[in-house]
Design a protein around this ligand. Structure first.
Ligand code: GLU
Length: 291
């Protein structure tokens, strides 16, 4: 006779929803928020809210206020205080300094125009999931050349030297709950920008540092960021962080099959609410009907 298995409770996970306050939340955001929220609640874990507002040109306090109100209305309750990235620039600066000490970042003085011209000149530039890769122009500058350009007042960004970083870490893997184990292939994204002269961070750097600092154990986000995870895994290894688990979810699409964008006003949570939809109806539209 076989002994019936004792039902085991899933290990409590810490998840987060990390919107950028650049416009109103739409149904796609609601799907993503509910996806992370449900994973946390089902495991008796924690669900965190993080505001990714490092880009002062695009982020607005009124969008943050509205998205917090929209999430509360939707019934997505988060645990603990909201983390606002713009309040933690010193932590990102310190993270960048660690990468500088490892010798895996270099200053890049190229303008967008120069990069486009270099790619055009090279003919068949390698492409990544987000377009042509940075051709590596500034990787080869000598220390003297770098110092001269900085002294001349040229603006620069810090790029990750992916090949050098991978040499330090060796091969890496990461896990996705939908797709299984992945061999990390961060070179797909090229030498990405990790910080700019006036903003000491980028999406990739701050998300890696914050997920670790906040104790996130399950990163839930849209499948559009699947490739970014290859790079985040490399950054985690450089910082010697334990990697979290991942669950990339499919993107919600409109009736025409296009992914929803902040400019699709009709699908914003605000307009649905103003049109008289209840929170339960919007949760259902976002793919999470109440049980
Ligand atoms: N701030 C990102 C966005 O709004 C989300 C990043 C993430 O979940 O890692 O697309």
């Amino acid at each position: 006779m076989t002994t019936p298995a004792i039902p085991t409770r899933p290990t409590p996970v810490v998840t987060r929803f990390a919107p950028s306050p650049t416009g109103h939340l739409h149904l796609g955001h609601a799907h993503s928020a509910l996806f992370g929220w449900r994973a946390a609640r089902e495991s008796d874990g924690r669900f965190l809210l993080r505001i990714e507002d490092i880009d002062p040109n695009r982020c607005r306090p009124e969008h943050e206020r509205d998205l917090i109100e929209d999430l509360a209305w939707l019934g997505v309750a988060w645990d603990g205080p909201v983390r606002r990235q713009s309040e933690h620039l010193e932590e990102y600066r310190a993270g960048l300094a660690r990468l500088q000490a490892l010798g895996v970042v270099y200053p890049c003085f190229c303008t967008r125009k120069e990069i486009a011209a270099e790619i055009a000149r090279a003919g068949a530039a390698p492409h990544g999931p987000d377009g042509p890769l940075y051709p590596g122009t500034c990787r080869a500058l000598s220390d003297g050349q770098r110092a001269d350009r900085m002294a001349a007042g040229d603006g620069w960004a810090w790029r990750l030297d992916v090949a050098r970083a991978q040499k330090l870490t060796g091969p890496l893997r990461w896990h996705d709950r939908a797709e299984g184990w992945q061999d990390a292939t961060p070179a797909l994204l090229g030498d990405v920008v990790l910080a700019r002269k006036d903003t000491p961070t980028s999406y990739h750097l701050s998300v890696t540092l914050d997920d670790h600092r906040q104790g996130v154990t399950l990163v839930t986000r849209g499948v559009d960021l699947f490739f970014a995870t290859h790079l985040h895994r490399l950054l985690q290894a450089l910082f010697a962080f334990d990697p979290p688990d991942h669950h990339h979810h499919p993107l919600l699409r409109n009736a025409a099959g296009e992914r929803l964008a902040k400019r699709d006003r009709a699908q914003s949570l605000r307009s649905l609410r103003e049109a008289g939809h209840s929170a339960a109806a919007v949760r259902a539209l976002a793919g999470f009907p109440d049980p």
